[in-house]
Design a protein around this ligand. Sequence first.
Ligand code: MN3
Length: 198
Amino acid sequence: MPHQLPDLPYAYDALEPFLNEETMRLHHDKHHAGYVHGLNEAEEKIKAAQQSGDFAAIRGLCDALAFNYSGHLFHTLFWNNMSPDGGGEPEGELAAQINKDFGSFATFKARFLAATNSVQGSGWGVVAWQPLGAQLVILQAEKHQNLAQWGVTPLLVLDVWEHAYYLQYQNRRPEFTEGFFTVTNWEDVAACFASARK
Ligand code: MN3
């Protein structure tokens, strides 16, 4: 079964004014769809190379696989991390973990924004659960796959590729990333957090 593009969990214009319909349509229907297509294509080519015994070809194909798989995963998470009913602050165990690892929600937010705003070129800000340290970690991803840590589970991701914001915000990345907190779906992040710790 090839990978499939999931529908957005809300209407294309549901996140306005933070993100307009045109940005969301292009981002989901063209960019995310492109990663799904690239992922399926890479998997097919790897399967064909395995069957023909051309193992030397697989090294290059794995670059495409890592890039497109990570792009598909992050976009799927990103759509669910936002909601027209989002915003505010996390509650419950997620809030307690944030306070434990970062001291306060304000410090967490400031660190996440600093990390995300300083991604070099195209990439993501990432909040992940790191099981070995039993802690939340703030990471950057360059492109989708670089700078990852093995074994961590991403819970919250913020896309700062220019396609995510340039139509509306041009070069004002910090305005876009600050606005993300008006739609953050903390219930979804908390559900991902609970699932990651099982
Ligand atoms: Mn994107």
